[in-house]
Design a protein around this ligand. Structure first.
Ligand code: ATP
Length: 314
């Protein structure tokens, strides 16, 4: 394990309560082939606790065991050994299903239905009375920003729109606990930001969210805590800011410093026998640059983007 220091509990998550919603103990899954021979050890002795109100991220490369964990928690797979509990119950128990929403990695929605018809269909599956159903569908379509396309067939939807209607479908039963498997797959930076904002909105509503991704950037600014999986093993777990903190370095950011002041800072660092790593203008990320260009272009259509940057290198 890389740094045990960061293997913390959920107690530090401000929005979370003390109630444990998901718990796994020694959870292990071995896939077997047709003859019952051991094929892949997909998950090895996973111990996790997720509390009510948390956004918990499962991060790991392809094949690290994220979907397997999610399917075990949904009762779609049975563990080889160990135990998973959801709301303190065995995940295969039917009575907990109505408290759970699930967005699979690939949504299998009927292409010839409109967004409204799709949600209508799933609302009926949950036996929701017509008036509750209508109210809920209106709210969800508004929430995922698809009001303008609600009567169009899903076959005409872009990837981003399909992902958003998938999320609305996962929320039709107003679940307390939501599983999102790679919700940002195939989305452009704007779509990713919108999906992240939707996830944050779910937390504001008091929901508990378990979300998987193979990219840290997708989880970094939404997840309260993350677990990092590699080849079925838990490698790290903790608050995102704590995991990313470089402990023996100090960063100072200032605006409007003169050259003389910068020189003075250099000398202070030298006097304290510390090493100056850099004293440069910070750069933004490509994602932030792209988002600010899109926002600027929406505000001033047809004009070249006006973003705050140093053009001297052009
Ligand atoms: N039904 C199955 N039968 C055999 N092996 C499987 C099965 N499902 C998954 N695996 C294997 O188990 C391991 C973990 O797979 P899993 O789908 O849980 O990973 P993941 O982290 O979700 O990956 P991805 O990001 O690609 O979705 C992989 O080696 C995978 O090939």
């Amino acid at each position: 394990m890389a740094t045990t220091e960061t293997m913390d509990s959920a107690a530090e998550t401000p929005s979370a309560s003390n109630e444990i919603v998901i718990e796994t103990r020694n959870l292990t899954k071995v896939y077997r082939d047709f003859w019952g021979r051991q094929k892949v050890r997909a998950l090895k002795a996973l111990d996790l606790e997720v509390r009510r109100g948390e956004i918990f991220g499962l991060l790991g490369p392809n094949g690290s065991g994220k979907s397997t964990t999610m399917k075990l928690l949904l009762g779609l797979l049975f563990p080889t050994s160990g135990q998973a509990l959801v709301f303190g119950e065995d995940p295969s128990k039917v009575s907990i299903k109505e408290r759970i929403g699930y967005l699979p990695e690939e949504s299998y929605l009927y292409r010839f239905l409109s967004a409204r018809e799709t949600l209508e269909f799933y609302g009926r599956l949950f036996d929701m009375p017509a008036s509750v159903r209508r109210e809920r569908i209106d709210k969800l379509i508004e929430m995922v920003g698809l009001k303008w396309a609600e009567r169009r067939q899903l076959k005409e939807y872009s990837k981003g729109m399909t992902r958003r209607i998938g999320l609305a479908q996962a929320l039709i039963n107003d679940p307390e606990l939501i599983f999102l498997d790679e919700p940002t797959t195939g989305l452009d930076p704007l779509g990713i930001r919108e999906m992240k904002d939707l996830i944050l909105r779910l937390r504001d509503e008091g929901k508990t969210v378990l979300v998987t991704s193979h990219q840290l950037a997708d989880l970094q600014d939404v997840a309260d805590r993350i677990a990092i999986l590699h080849q079925g093993e838990l490698k790290e777990m903790g608050r995102v800011d704590a995991l990313l903190k470089v402990r023996d370095e100090t960063q100072i950011r200032a605006r409007g410093l003169s050259d003389a002041a910068k020189e003075e800072i250099r000398q202070v660092i030298q006097r304290h026998e510390a090493e100056l790593i850099d004293i440069e203008n910070p750069t933004t990320t490509l994602e932030e640059l792209f988002l600010s260009i899109v926002r600027d272009s929406e505000a001033r259509p047809g004009r070249r983007a006006r973003v705050d940057r140093d053009d001297s290198a052009d």
